[in-house]
Design a protein around this ligand. Structure first.
Ligand SMILES: Cc1cc2nc3c(=O)[nH]c(=O)nc-3n(C[C@H](O)[C@H](O)[C@H](O)COP(=O)(O)O)c2cc1C
Length: 440
């Protein structure tokens, strides 16, 4: 008999006041006596996730407030739709000094930063965390980001082409120092063996770089590479480069389809083994000691959503200004330039039945289109097991509701249930994030 697959777990947040459940900052249980702009909050969040033996805290990011709804960022700012959001890599050392094992996935965009400084920043963080950093590679899909940086937005295909070259230069820089390049021989005065620190000479279509990387080899060599692209091109990029992917699918059939597609791409296009990329699916959980308690909690969470904020969010993520549509227009008929993979989660939110603009906004605002698991620890564990066995999931990205409470509840109530069923680790596999993520 083959052993049961164990889940990986990550806590999905932003370095901001409100992440992926719109209006949660209004909830009476959100951040009671905590200030999200201060280290103590992040240290507590990190220790909570480590207590629950999570693989990592995963920090999503955007570079500017969405400005698609009514052609302005007014509603985004007014309703705290993922705004304000502070720079994500600044909290990585705070999280990793408060913990020993917990990893941190940090979303950093390739759009406006040269690969040379990206490598330097990520490798520095990998050193400071003793090898616990993952990079969620994104290319800035949102118009507001390009507006804020005063640049013309490039089309999806152009962004992927540029990102391919970006990665190529990053790999050369990461690989340029041999792991044994540093001798540090006081006698001779030789610190590094220059024959083991290659000069990079890169002249690409988008980037040029000449010189040596400035960073000594970090514990993981390079951060764990993470990706969430979901268009055809995005899936290829993930299948080629990623060690873990993050996807959102509203039901187990869509998970299975995605999983089969990824496995097929790995094998047929990139000569990688099936299973060499961990498939981490987003879920939102609302746990109670009884079903009615959980349902009651869920209703409280939904009450926090402001409709206009929700509409501003779908406009930001999917691209069109939804104020130009009627609330009862059907979203399936609308062409979107934004995050296709997340839009699919809305299209299939009612099993393929028509979804109106208003429904789409309200469903999405609950937790970015993720399946909502509401119930007792046993109910939630049942669902997670189903996704592991039938959906091809290797683990789950847990979308925050009220914080830090939602992660405390998951760690205290659901983790022990998963452990009892042999579906979750009882100790970390090793000191680095890669070791823990690759653990079966
Ligand atoms: C589940 C999920 C999470 C994502 N999180 C982020 C994020 O935090 N920041 C970001 O800039 N893009 C994020 N993206 C966008 C993707 O990285 C990608 O750039 C975008 O989906 C466009 O590529 P695609 O058309 O191939 O999907 C996310 C996408 C998905 C599906």
């Amino acid at each position: 008999m083959t052993a049961k697959k164990k889940a990986h777990l990550l806590g999905f947040v932003q370095h901001g006041v409100n992440s992926h459940a719109t209006g949660m900052w209004r909830h009476p249980k959100d951040k009671i006596n905590w200030d999200w702009t201060k280290p103590a909050y992040w240290q507590h969040m990190a220790r909570t996730m480590e207590r629950g033996l999570f693989d990592a805290m995963f920090i999503a990011d955007e570079l500017a407030p969405y400005n698609n709804w009514e052609g302005s960022s007014d509603a985004t700012v007014k309703y705290a739709v993922q705004c304000p959001v502070h720079e994500p890599s600044t909290i990585v050392p705070i999280i990793t000094t408060a913990t020993k094992h917990l990893g941190v996935g940090v979303t950093l965009s390739t759009a406006f930063e040269h690969p040379y400084s990206m490598v330097r920043r990520l490798s520095s963080l990998d050193h400071l965390s003793s090898g616990r950093v993952a990079w969620n590679v994104v290319s800035s899909y949102s118009k507001s980001e390009w507006d804020a940086y005063g640049a013309d937005m490039t089309a999806r295909s152009g962004r992927y082409e540029r990102m391919e070259e970006y990665m190529e230069l990053c790999y050369q820089l990461w690989d340029s120092w041999s792991p044994d390049a540093i001798i540090a021989d006081r006698e001779s005065g030789i610190y590094a063996d220059i024959s083991k620190v290659k000069e990079v000479h890169f002249d690409g279509e988008f980037f040029r770089s000449h010189g040596r990387s400035f960073v000594a080899p970090s514990p993981q060599g390079r951060p764990v590479l993470w990706q969430a692209g979901s268009s055809d091109r995005g899936r290829d990029f993930a299948a080629k480069h990623a060690e873990a992917i993050f996807a959102v699918h509203p039901n187990v059939d869509r998970m299975r389809e995605y999983s089969d597609d990824l496995t097929n791409r790995l094998e047929t296009r990139f000569n990688r083994k099936p299973g060499s990329v961990k498939k981490i699916y987003g879920v939102q959980t609302v746990v109670g000691l009884t079903r009615s308690e959980a349902q009651e909690k869920y209703e409280r969470i939904r009450e926090c959503i402001p409709l206009e904020g929700a509409l501003a969010w779908i406009s930001g993520h999917f691209g069109p200004d939804f104020s130009k549509y009627k609330l009862d227009d059907i979203v399936q008929n609308i062409e979107i330039p934004g995050i296709q993979g997340l839009f699919d989660s809305i299209i299939y939110a009612k099993g393929g039945a028509p979804v109106t603009v208003k429904e789409a906004a309200l469903i999405y605002a609950e937790g970015m289109g993720m399946p909502r698991l509401i119930g007792t620890p046993k109910d939630i564990a049942d669902q997670l097991e189903h996704f592991l066995d039938e959906g091809g999931a290797d683990g789950f990205m847990l979308a925050a509701t009220y914080t830090p409470g939602c992660f405390e509840e998951f760690a205290d109530l659901v983790v022990p249930e998963l452990q009892r069923r042999g579906r979750f680790r009882t100790e970390y596999a090793g000191p680095t994030l890669r070791e823990n993520l690759l653990q079966h």
